[in-house]
Ligand binder design. Sequence first.
Ligand code: FE
Length: 178
Amino acid sequence: MKFYTFIISLVVLFFTACNSTQNNPQKTVLASPTATAVQDTLTKIVKSEAEWKKELTEQEFYILRQKGTERSFTGDLLKNKDKGIYVCAACDLPLFDSETKFKSGTGWPSFWEPINGINVAEESDNSHGMRRVEVLCNRCGGHLGHVFDDGPKPTGLRYCINSVSLNFKKEVGLTNKK
Ligand code: FE
């Protein structure tokens, strides 16, 4: 029985540690209720800007590394309705599921929820005279877009994401209805 008590103590300790990080004001601002997991559990990819510049296209570098924004209605994934997973264009980390994609009318791919509470990070962004919440890939730190609270149910959130920041991996073995 002592062994089980030990295991239970370990589990309690783990969850206590998780909760304590959520209360740390230095942590990222989490807009999504599903994005409540600790965001430091991924092995981060750290590269110099020169390295990223070699690996990414000019537009990818501008958006992912310099926090740029693609022109609305220009992204090749804007109207994609296939079933599958949207991954980070820089490091291939799964970020959004096609099941949560919706037509927002903004001209940028929009999702109401990230794929999980770990892979997508959120941080306060007070640039350009606006108070917004920036959305980033939590593994490579690539800029994805912003999240707003005017999305549809069930979350009421709108993850407004640059198409250039994403690659799409179609679900294999499914016939997609249009
Ligand atoms: Fe990434």
